[in-house]
Write a protein that binds this ligand. Structure first.
Ligand SMILES: [Zn+2]
Length: 509
């Protein structure tokens, strides 16, 4: 993280599309002194405890603290005969829907396999099996799985030896269906089906690619199926925004378990990469996933060193002044270097409010997100301390707070450059600008807008931070369109564009 290159001189001037002003991107001069880098968190998604209370005015509802699922109308019903073959299985609310989803996934592949690969799709030989304690009939075995419920607890997996899928019908699926909605379990099933497509019975690529490629392709396949359900429906039901949001939040929390080493659960990719893959399939269909075989995705997490990836949990700032100060200072350094309006621009200061509702002392209050306001008259971004604390605990992680503050500063930037965007277009550019800032403080960015130095110390991201940002973007999204925030799907996409492509990602024609 030290020794970042110190560039000099103006770099480029670019026109901001859809914006009335011209912004010049200029490098600040920099000194070459020693680095003072503050670490911003590295919480592991797998440690997420989403049972924590959530922001009650952040679009959450009583039975689900993470997402607003009021537009989800997934038909639920009891276990029906004929599937999954074991009459002793305790009934689950999602049984009926999952059975229909499995039928639909089969049909989807029957329709798409030959288009994608040529040849005929081969149906799953070993079937789909719910695992739960006290199950009467034996579970299939293979891939180091000997049929014990304990070995599939909190997971679902596909096994090539026997061509079957097993899922935890006692812990994982009921919990996820309750927490994120029934679409989640169907999307996890579609992901496992993706591994079946990769198996020796069908595509036969299971052992030809690195694990992350296989995992990301399975996520892409799951996205392709979800996109098909949104477009064509499943027994007349089309996925809503909150179905998709819930599915993504659930998907990024699990990796596959038992089974061969090909399914190393530690190598399923970061949330950032997994959501990207899902979105590829959702918008581009199966063909975009097939493309991974000739054009392997390079997970962003690969930019982190082994040492960075393996740190236990070093650097989450404790919630408090030091955290807010470090984030504000970095945002100020970054945006003052980038915004050129023909005269020096002073980035706003940050004010912490004790209340949940935030208001400007003078002039209009421009509400940017829950608990975040931009006060143009006073040149201040106001954030609610209790709401940022809830996000810090809920997501969890300090970069959830950075995201909220970041969109406050992004809104100030849009004001400064005379952006004429409004409603969700404006909100999505804010997400992209937060992504642009996040991309600048990736530790492997060799070309930051302002290099880290003694006079301008920069904060630096760790892998968990991007995942926190993804979860925050999904959670802030607007399922019903009433808050003009952009959909969760679009917000994540906008953030990703900013991280991956910087200025061009946010302002390209
Ligand atoms: Zn997988």
């Amino acid at each position: 993280m030290n020794g970042q290159r110190c560039p000099s001189g103006p770099r480029r001037v670019a026109r901001l599309i859809g914006v009335t002003a011209i912004a010049a991107l200029l490098w600040t001069s920099c000194s070459d002194s020693g680095a003072l880098v503050v670490e911003v968190g590295s919480r592991n998604l797998d440690e997420v405890d989403s049972a924590n209370g959530g922001p009650d005015d952040a679009g959450a509802d009583a039975d689900n603290e993470l997402i607003d699922d009021s537009d989800s109308r997934i038909p639920v019903g009891d276990f029906d005969d004929g599937f999954p073959l074991d009459s002793s299985k305790p009934g689950r609310s999602y049984d009926r829907f999952l059975i229909d989803a499995i039928d639909d996934i089969e049909r989807f592949w029957a329709d798409n396999y030959s288009k994608a690969y040529g040849g005929e799709y081969v149906e799953l030989r070993g079937g789909v099996h719910p695992a739960y304690p006290g199950r009467d009939s034996d579970l299939p075995t293979g891939c180091q799985f000997v049929g014990n419920y304990e070995d599939v607890r909190d997971n679902a997996f596909y096994c090539d030896e026997g061509d079957f899928i097993v899922y935890d019908d006692d812990g994982l699926f009921p919990q996820f269906a309750d927490e994120f909605g029934a679409a989640t379990v169907a999307v996890i099933m579609a992901h496992e089906w993706g591994h079946a497509i990769q198996s020796s019975t069908r595509r036969d690529i299971l052992y030809s690619f690195v694990t992350t490629t296989l995992e990301l392709q399975a996520d892409c396949f799951a996205g392709a199926w979800a996109g098909h359900v949104q477009e064509n429906g499943l027994n007349g039901y089309r996925f809503s925004q909150s179905d998709i949001t819930g599915a993504l939040l659930g998907l990024i929390q699990i990796g596959d378990a038992p089974g061969s080493t090909a399914y190393d659960p530690s190598a399923h990719g970061s949330a950032f990469d997994r959501v990207s893959a899902f979105q590829d399939g959702f918008t581009g269909g199966v063909v975009s996933c097939v493309d991974y075989e000739s054009n392997e995705p390079v997970p962003l997490q690969f930019g982190f060193t082994v040492e960075e990836l393996s740190r236990p949990n070093p650097g989450d700032f404790p919630f408090g002044d030091e955290m807010f100060t470090a984030m504000r200072d970095d945002l100020v350094v970054f945006w003052e270097a980038l915004v050129d309006i023909g005269e020096p621009w002073n980035a706003p200061d940050l004010l912490l409010a004790d209340s949940r509702d935030v208001e400007c002392a003078t002039g209009p209050t421009i509400s940017v997100a829950v608990g975040v306001a931009w006060c143009t008259a006073d040149n201040i971004v106001v954030v609610s301390s209790p709401i940022t604390k809830q996000y810090y605990d809920l997501i969890p992680g300090d970069f959830a707070v950075a995201y909220l503050i970041g969109i406050g500063y992004a809104e100030a930037v849009q004001t400064a450059i005379g952006s004429n965007l409004d409603a969700s277009d404006r909100a999505l550019l804010n997400d992209c600008l937060v992504g642009m800032w996040s991309g600048d403080i990736l530790p492997f960015n060799t070309d930051p807008v302002v290099p880290d130095s003694e006079t301008t110390p920069r904060i630096v991201l760790s892998p968990g931070d991007l995942d926190e940002a993804i979860r925050t973007a999904l959670t802030l999204g607007d399922n019903d369109g009433e808050r003009s925030m952009g959909t969760p799907f679009d917000k994540v996409d906008a953030f990703r564009q900013g991280v991956l492509f910087g200025f061009d990602g946010c302002f390209a024609a």
